[in-house]
Design a protein around this ligand. Structure first.
Ligand code: UGA
Length: 435
C-alpha cells in the first residue's frame, strides 16, 4: 500500500515508521521544514525508545521518506492518514480542529483516483463528517472515503503498542474503505489482533471513552489511596485484591500524584464538553477532571506535612519531572503543579530527570537542575519521587541520607517499601499506606 501520513509529530511519526516496517511504502509529511530536515538527516524530534533505529532501518530500505509538501505523495496514495495535533482550544476546553481542517482542504486539492482519508488524530465525534464535507467542497470531483482510525499508543511504549495492539478500531461509512484499511493492518490481523469495524462516529467516540475510562480508573484508585491513609489500609494490596477480579483487571490501578500527559487531561475535557453540548453530561468524567486537578497541588501539601508544615528556606530534591517515565514530555506533568506549590511555600527545589530537563527548563525556570539524583539530594530536607523512572528504583539510600539535611523520603509512586527506607534511616511517606 502507498500511505501518506500528514503530521510527523508523535502519532504520525510512530505510526508512519511502524507501517513502513510492515512493508508499506510510507511518506511522512510535515509543514515544519526544520523537522523534516532533521528527520532526513536521521534525527528524531521526540524521545521514544526504539524509534530512531526503526526510522533509520526503514529509510535505508527505501520504504519511508519525508516531505514538506503533500501534493505529490497524496496524488499517488491509496490511504492518507491525518495525524496532526488537536490541542485543547484556549478558553473553552474543546479540541482545536484547525490543523485537521487545514489538512483536509490541502489533501482535497491533491487527490487523484480513489483514496481513503483516515483521521488518526484524536478528534471529537462528528469530525469525520466535517472532513468529508470540507474535501467535497474543496474538490467536488474527488473520489474518496473518509474513515476514522484512532490510536491507542502510550508514550514510551508506542512501538510495542502499535505492533501488538489489543485491538484496531476502524470507523467507516463507505464500504469501499474496508478493503484498503484491512490491507493496511493485514500484518497485525495475521497476528490475531482483532480489527473492529464500526460506524465512523462510534469509532471516534471509542477513543475518547477509552481514555476517559482509564483516567477515571486511575482517579478511583487515587481516592481509594487517600482513604487507605485514613483507615490504615494499603492501597497496593487493595489494587491487587480488586485487580485480580477479571471484570476489573490489574492495569491502571497504580495510585500516584494524578495523571498528566498530552492525552488524558485534554481528552477528558474535550469529551466532557461534547457531552455538555449534546445535553448528555458525563458527570463521572467531570468529577474525574476536578479531582485530578486538585490532587496535583495536594501532593505538595503532603510534602510540606512531611516536613512538619514548614518548607520555607528548605531545599527539596525532586526526582522525576516528566508526566511518566521513558518520555521527555512535560505536558500537564504533576511535577509542574507540585514544584510550583512548593516554591510558593518558600522551598528551594533541586530537580533531576533522566530525559525531561531540557523541556522542563522553560516551564520551571526558577529551580536548580542537578546532574544526578545524588547531586539533587545534597543538602535537601526531603527527597520527593514524582516520576517512577527505572533509574530511581535502586538508589543507594545510605549514600543519599549521608548528604541530606534531613532524611525524609516522599515517594509519590510507591517505588520503595517503607521497611527498606526506614532500615536505611529514612522517614518514609508513601501513597495510600496507612499505618
Ligand atoms: C494514554 C493512553 O494510555 C493511550 O492508550 C492513548 O493512546 C494515549 O493516552 C493517547 O490518547 O494518545 P499516555 O498518555 O502516553 O497514553 O500515557 P499513560 O501510560 O496512559 O499514562 C498517563 C498518565 O496516567 C501518566 O501521568 C501516568 O503516570 C498516569 N498513570 C497511569 C497513573 O497514575 N497510574 C496508573 O496506573 C497508570
Amino acid at each position: 500500500m502507498r500511505i501518506v501520513m500528514i503530521g510527523s509529530g508523535y502519532v504520525g511519526l510512530v505510526s508512519g515508521a511502524c507501517l513502513a516496517d510492515f512493508g508499506h511504502d510510507v511518506v511522512c509529511v510535515d509543514k515544519d521544514a526544520a523537522k523534516i530536515e532533521k528527520l532526513r538527516g536521521g534525527g528524531i524530534p521526540i524521545y521514544e525508545p526504539g524509534l530512531e533505529q526503526l526510522v533509520a532501518s526503514n529509510v535505508a530500505a527505501g520504504r519511508l521518506s519525508f516531505e514538506t509538501d503533500l501534493s505529490a505523495p497524496v496524488a499517488g496514495a491509496d490511504v492518507v492518514f491525518i495525524g496532526v495535533g488537536t490541542p485543547a482550544r484556549r478558553g473553552d476546553g474543546h479540541a482545536d480542529l484547525s490543523y485537521v481542517h487545514a489538512a483536509a482542504k490541502e489533501i482535497a486539492q491533491a487527490l487523484s483516483g480513489f483514496t481513503v482519508i483516515v483521521t488518526k488524530s484524536t478528534v471529537p465525534v462528528g469530525t469525520g463528517d466535517e472532513v468529508e464535507r470540507i474535501v467535497r467542497e474543496a474538490n467536488p470531483d474527488a473520489d474518496f472515503a473518509v474513515a476514522s482510525n484512532p490510536e491507542f499508543l502510550r508514550e514510551g511504549a508506542a512501538i510495542e503498542d502499535f505492533k501488538r495492539p489489543d485491538r484496531i478500531v476502524v470507523g467507516i461509512e463507505d464500504e469501499r474503505a474496508r478493503a484498503p484499511m484491512e490491507a493496511v493492518y493485514r500484518p497485525l490481523y495475521l497476528n490475531r489482533s482483532p480489527i473492529l469495524f464500526t460506524s465512523r462516529r462510534t469509532s471516534e467516540l471509542i477513543k475518547y471513552a477509552a481514555n476517559a475510562f482509564l483516567a477515571m480508573k486511575i482517579t478511583f484508585i487515587n481516592e481509594i489511596a487517600d482513604l487507605c491513609e485514613k483507615v490504615g489500609a494499603d492501597v497496593q494490596d487493595v489494587s491487587r485484591g480488586i485487580g485480580l477480579d477479571n471484570r476489573i483487571g490489574p492495569k491502571f490501578l497504580h495510585a500516584g500524584p494524578g495523571y498528566g500527559g498530552s492525552c488524558f487531561p485534554k481528552d477528558t475535557s474535550a469529551l466532557a464538553k461534547t457531552a455538555q453540548d449534546f445535553e448528555s453530561p458525563l458527570r463521572l468524567i467531570e468529577a474525574t477532571i476536578a479531582i485530578n486537578d486538585t490532587r496535583k497541588r495536594a501532593m505538595a501539601r503532603k510534602v510540606i506535612a512531611a516536613l512538619d508544615g514548614d518548607v520555607r528556606g528548605k531545599r527539596i530534591a525532586v526526582l522525576g519531572l516528566t508526566f511518566k517515565p521513558n518520555t521527555d514530555d512535560m505536558r500537564e506533568a504533576p511535577s509542574l503543579s507540585i514544584v510550583q506549590a512548593l516554591t510558593d511555600a518558600g522551598a528551594r527545589i533541586s530537580a533531576y530527570d533522566p530525559e525531561g530537563m531540557e523541556l522542563a527548563k522553560p516551564m520551571l525556570p526558577d529551580i536548580d537542575y542537578a546532574a544526578s539524583p545524588y547531586a539533587a539530594a545534597e543538602g535537601a530536607a526531603a527527597l520527593v519521587i514524582v516520576t517512577e523512572w527505572d533509574a530511581f528504583r535502586a538508589l543507594d539510600l545510605k549514600r543519599l541520607k549521608a548528604s541530606m539535611a534531613s532524611p525524609v523520603l516522599v515517594d509519590l509512586r510507591n517505588v520503595y517499601r517503607e521497611e527498606e527506607t526506614e532500615a536505611a534511616g529514612f522517614r518514609h511517606v508513601g501513597i495510600g499506606r496507612g499505618t
